[in-house]
Ligand binder design. Structure first.
Ligand code: NZQ
Ligand code: ZN
Length: 385
């Protein structure tokens, strides 16, 4: 196991009817800005619960955060915060709303020019407004981590930033809020969380037994409960297991002391930025390609995943077990109704070339060995036409 330091300060408030508890977390004197997305919270009763819980507070609201949140939209919220002098933010929605809120919390305090520089070139941020989260879509883990992914529409850049200053103060995880998710978002959420775990697990062994077994338990939970959520959208226990699994998939715990990949996410972000695919759709396309291309260097962990998660035991030879494990991952994504090939989204060679060029231009070297260049990405994506 490699050396590591670990801290996660996010308070989790989990369970039914917990939205009302936000009044115990937000100071009574706070001027709150509620931040939300395209309106799902107004249809499913979540907004009403939030407003009830904020009785007696001074609060304002900012709606319209889009999926894959835009810098341009976030800056409108920053202007409102300055106008109304808000000092506490409340994100109500999925990962996009949470990520937008992280950026807004930073940008509202940023005094060294354009806050986009924090995302684009790692400019140092000094502080951020405090914020809480009410999560309505289990997928990203953003509710319990310090990362965010923001898109600059003008340049089609989709880039991540990370800072301990943007850990949420608290996150309310009420699984009943996810009952209204459309099938597409149920599938997306399960696939995203699955790929988060694989990016921190399917690299090479460093004998980190706790992290490995914890990762396998998250993957198994997603496999067991994922299809149940499609069949019975209002099964509380299924939703609770999925919500908690996706939080733990990316809260910093399973990546302690282990190598990490993240090539699939980096390639996927380009597909979203250029062609507007959902985040999880890009991952479902790319991950099987990364596993296939890297199958020799990842062999031990692919075989271990096949055995522990999909029950692929050593009745076959080594190569067959690797192929069966990769196929099991792809089949699981399809079972979650997330398509796994570029052609399923009407993309072809042109898209492969465009993504490869962008990554070559950026000079990025991805993966746990930091050697997946744009040229290698071209080969990976050609496996996924
Ligand atoms: O906007 P509204 O109307 O709320 O509708 C949303 C949106 O259309 C809808 N939705 C959310 N909760 C709902 C619901 N519909 C019905 N009932 C509910 N309870 O779902 C749609 C998608 O929402 P979004 O927030 O975009 O989805 P998700 O949570 O998958 O977030 C995706 C974003 O997170 C980033 C992605 O890149 C993408 O931008 N990620 C953030 C990460 C992080 N911060 O750690 C890690 C991830 O890898 C990921 O990159
Ligand atoms: Zn993701």
């Amino acid at each position: 196991m490699n050396n590591f330091a670990f801290v996660n300060p996010v308070k989790i408030i989990f369970g039914k009817d917990t939205i009302k508890d936000i009044s115990k977390e937000i100071p009574q004197s706070a001027k709150v800005l509620i931040i939300y997305g395209g309106g799902s919270i107004k249809k499913n009763g979540v907004y009403d619960q939030v407003v009830d819980a904020l009785k007696g507070y001074t609060y304002y609201e900012f709606g319209g955060v889009e999926a894959n949140p835009h810098y341009e939209t976030c800056m409108k919220a920053v202007a409102l915060i300055k106008e109304k002098q808000c000092d506490y933010l409340l994100a109500v929605g999925g990962g996009s709303v949470v990520d937008a809120t992280k950026f807004i919390s930073m940008a509202a305090c940023f005094e060294a020019g354009d806050p986009w520089s924090v995302v684009a070139s790692g400019a140092k941020m000094e502080k951020a407004l405090p914020f809480g989260v009410i999560l309505t879509l289990s997928a990203t883990g953003s509710e319990m981590n310090s990362g965010a992914v923001i898109t600059r529409a003008e340049t089609q850049d989709k880039l991540a930033f990370n800072s301990p200053l943007v850990f949420p103060k608290f996150s309310v995880l009420d699984p009943t809020t996810t009952f209204t998710l459309p099938v597409r978002q149920i599938g997306n959420g399960v696939v995203d969380a699955f790929v988060h775990v694989v990016e921190q697990y399917a690299t090479y062994p460093v004998n980190a037994m706790i992290q490995d077994m914890f990762a396998e338990s998250i993957l198994r939970t997603l496999v067991i409960e994922g299809s149940k959520a499609l069949e019975s959208p209002e099964d509380y226990d299924v939703r609770a297991n999925l919500m908690w699994a996706s939080t733990w998939a990316l809260n910093g715990w399973i990546n302690c002391g282990v190598p990490q990949d993240w090539a699939t996410h980096s390639i996927g972000h380009e597909l979203t930025a250029l062609y507007g695919l959902d985040h999880a759709q890009t991952l479902a396309i790319v991950l099987p390609g990364v596993l296939e291309y890297e199958k020799e260097r990842k062999a031990e962990k692919i075989i271990q995943m096949g055995e522990q998660v999909f029950g692929i035991y050593n009745t076959m030879d080594r190569e067959e077990r690797i192929q069966a494990s990769i196929k099991a991952v792809e089949d699981f994504f399809e079972q979650m109704q997330v398509k796994t090939h570029l052609s399923d989204y009407e993309l072809g060679e042109d898209a492969v070339e465009a993504v490869a060029k962008r990554l070559n231009d950026r000079g990025w070297k991805l993966g746990e060995h930091a050697d997946i260049t744009g040229d290698v990405v071209r080969k990976i994506l050609k496996l996924r036409l």
